[in-house]
Design a protein around this ligand. Structure first.
Ligand code: ADP
Ligand code: MG
Length: 681
């Protein structure tokens, strides 16, 4: 159903939603909140947590004061009891003055800040004890917004969408829901937007996360069953060209890289089709292995394709490979780039080169699998950091040319016990060694008051010729979310560091704009890149030596580790500053883990131990495109169950039959279509 069929949505609002990639009522129903505003039980003034939104109960201690300053009327008062003192401030809110009286008790809800060691709350909401009691423990959804669209407008639109098309119909039989303790989909699809309380949220999220995992695993198994025969359709000979390429590199391969390369060579020249996962922590040097494999294909007269999850990453790989080819005068390796943002004529040219085989190393995004692309002799498909957004894409690509070899490169530490559910029967190579020229990254964990010092530090590094990333959790400001956004941060930095050039990058920019920004950062034209987590995966600018993460408490530890992996890629000393906006014990504990360890596996384990379901209320931890709610690192129990159900559906004696099986199949088809049109981050 069209968005404008919803009551109250005209073309103008429709256009705003389109900016968020919401085109239909169904899109809106699956536009999940990024966060929930929670009405927690009130605390006394002394227990207010700096940086967080909280409700403080207290008696107006002294008077209520009014001051006029310029065009502003400022009202101040304070609550003060045995536990501590809290200053309250309102601007241009005359009604507040008549509401508050000395001696009366209220609940004030807002964000607490610390100034000169005193606690402040600006513009708190005011509740009587009774009014707050009614609100307590309720959650209200907070959506990702764009300029001109308020949170309230989204809430209304979502409700309108449900009224128009109804809840998402159930596709699993009652017996399955009972067995796996799942909420019905009709209820869950609504309650994920409007949960009555935390328990209900956790149940709704659990159900939706289960679906995401189940359908993903089922898709993998189904596709695999369809694929069948595993003989090596593209047998290759070992070649000196790859040895020469290795010899011409400015560095020696690590032992782990060498071992993995031998495994890849053995696969490609062996008797069965290669299906290998290359797992290695950020910065372990996976890319060069892809290039070597591509060279081996080319030398054997075949084509290969390397698919990246983002345009930024695809272009980076392409430029690196071109540089390698040029510098070392490599003959016979002809790279070509194919992404969605190429101009029509460039795309046409690329397609022609791919079709007649004159381009034999194809690098791109999911544009590689579009129907129009036809390959002459595609023998190898490599996906980089990609398993998470689309085994379906991967399989579609392998459909393009008989049964090409498959190589998957990933830094995501999937626990061993779950590997089999996740990767099926992939062979695994582990790169468990970092290149020797690296200095360990220096980490520090600080509060928001450290900002000026952090900027001074960035300036110093910039003067030494280096560059810096500044990461924020949000693109634009959003009501009810106390988290820094890219635009505000960039504005502040430009003001504080007027001599330095600042670039802005986020997922909602057009691909061509993203490319231009990344290009400017890569060439050093911009010194500071203010970005969301779009740079999380794979970006390699070795000259960047500072990573500043604002509101670090909003990210999962594994994600922070990935972000940190953007620096420390060259031989210069690099620094990572985790700036936590919340003074709380759990936050400190989590940050300490990062501070102490640089090992992705260890961090993922600790993260899992520390996180509880309640943490999921916050901004989504994984920036994943297929899984919007599920988090493979966290939802282990759910993943095992999903794996079991998937096995029961496709196994030798399937437990679902007839109508039940049909419904699952239909849902699976829809899921595969949806993942095929996954937006590139
Ligand atoms: P990742 O495993 O995260 O994909 P990359 O392949 O991007 O890592 O490599 C990170 C950086 O390390 C690149 O700049 C690459 O050129 C460099 N590199 C790769 N292998 C080695 C090595 N053996 N010695 C030194 N530097 C290396
Ligand atoms: Mg990489």
């Amino acid at each position: 159903m069209k968005l404008t069929d919803i009551k109250g949505i005209g073309p103008k609002t429709g256009a705003l939603f389109a900016k968020l990639h919401i085109e239909t009522a169904e899109d809106l129903i699956s536009y999940y909140p990024v966060h929930y505003d929670e009405y927690l039980p009130p605390v006394p003034a002394g227990d207010a947590v700096v940086g967080g939104r909280c409700a403080v109960e207290g008696r107006i201690a002294r008077g209520v004061f009014r001051k006029v300053s310029g065009s502003k009327t400022i009202i101040t008062t304070e609550i003060d009891d045995l536990t501590g003192k809290l200053h309250l401030i309102w601007y241009n809110a005359p009604y507040v003055g008549s509401l508050l009286k000395k001696g009366s008790v209220f609940i004030f809800r807002g964000t607490v800040t610390r100034r000169r060691n005193e606690l402040y709350m600006e513009h708190p909401e005011i509740f009587t004890l009774h009014a707050y009691d009614e609100k307590i423990k309720t959650l209200s959804p907070v959506y990702g917004l764009t300029k001109g669209l308020t949170n309230n407008a989204v809430v209304k639109a979502v409700k309108g969408a449900f009224a128009l098309v109804g809840a998402v119909p159930e596709y699993l039989p009652e017996s399955v829901l009972e067995k796996y303790d799942l909420m019905g989909e009709e209820v869950a699809s609504y309650k994920i937007h409007f949960p009555a309380d935390k328990e209900e949220f956790i149940k709704a999220r659990r159900r939706i996360a289960f679906d995401e995992l189940f359908l993903f695993i089922l898709a993998m198994r189904t596709l695999k069953a369809r694929q069948g025969e595993d003989a090596n359709a593209f047998p290759m000979k070992l070649t000196w060209d790859t040895e020469e390429l290795i010899g011409s590199l400015p560095f020696a391969l690590t032992h782990a890289q060498e071992r993995t390369w031998q495994e890849i060579e053995a696969d490609l020249s062996g008797s069965s089709r290669m299906s290998r996962l290359i797992q290695g922590d950020v910065g372990s040097g996976k890319t060069i292995l892809a290039f070597l494999a591509m060279q081996m294909c080319a030398s054997n007269g075949y084509q290969s394709a390397l698919m990246a999850p983002t345009e930024v990453l695809a272009r980076q790989h392409y430029e690196k490979l071109c540089a390698l080819v040029e510098e070392h005068h490599i003959e016979g390796l002809h790279p070509v780039l194919l992404t969605g943002s190429l101009s029509a004529s460039a795309k046409k040219k690329a397609l022609a080169l791919i079709a007649d085989g004159s381009a034999n190393a194809v690098i791109g995004t999911h544009a590689l699998i579009e129907e129009r692309v036809s390959y002459k002799a595609l023998a190898l498909v490599i996906t980089d950091e990609q398993h998470r957004f689309g085994v379906c894409q991967r399989e579609a690509l392998s459909d393009k040319g008989g049964s090409p070899h498959m190589m998957v490169m990933s830094a995501t530490p999937i626990p061993r016990t779950l590997g089999i559910v996740w990767y099926g029967d992939l062979a695994v190579s582990v790169i468990d060694e970092l290149p020797g020229n690296r200095l360990p990254i220096r980490n520090c964990v600080v509060g928001p008051s450290y900002m000026p010092a952090a900027l001074r530090f960035i300036k110093k590094e910039a003067e030494a010729g280096h560059q810096a990333y500044v990461i924020c959790p949000m693109i634009e400001s959003s009501d009810g979310v106390d988290a820094e956004n890219v635009f505000d941060a960039a504005k502040k930095i430009r003001k504080e560091l007027p001599g330095l050039t600042v670039g802005i990058l986020h997922g909602r920019m057009k691909p061509a704009e993203k490319d231009a920004v990344m290009e400017a950062f890569r060439t050093g034209e911009t010194t500071i890149l203010v970005s969301t987590t779009v740079v999380e995966v794979g970006v390699d600018v070795p000259n960047a030596t500072v990573m500043l993460v604002i509101n670090a408490e909003r990210f999962g530890l594994a994600q922070l580790h990935q972000l940190r992996g953007r620096v420390g890629r060259g031989s210069a000393q690099s620094y990572c500053i985790f700036m936590a906006g919340l003074e709380s014990e759990t936050v400190t504990k989590r940050m300490e883990i990062l501070n102490r360890s640089n090992d992705g596996f260890e961090i993922a384990e600790k993260d899992f131990e520390l996180r509880g379901p309640g943490d999921l209320l916050g901004i989504r931890q994984s920036g994943d495109a297929v899984f919007r709610l599920a988090d493979p690192a966290f939802d282990r129990e759910l993943m095992e169950k999903a794996g079991k159900l998937a096995a029961a559906v496709v196994g030798d004696s399937p437990s679902l039959e007839g109508e039940n099986l049909n419904r699952v199949r239909q849902r699976l088809d829809r899921f595969m279509q949806e993942s095929m049109r996954t937006i590139t981050l």
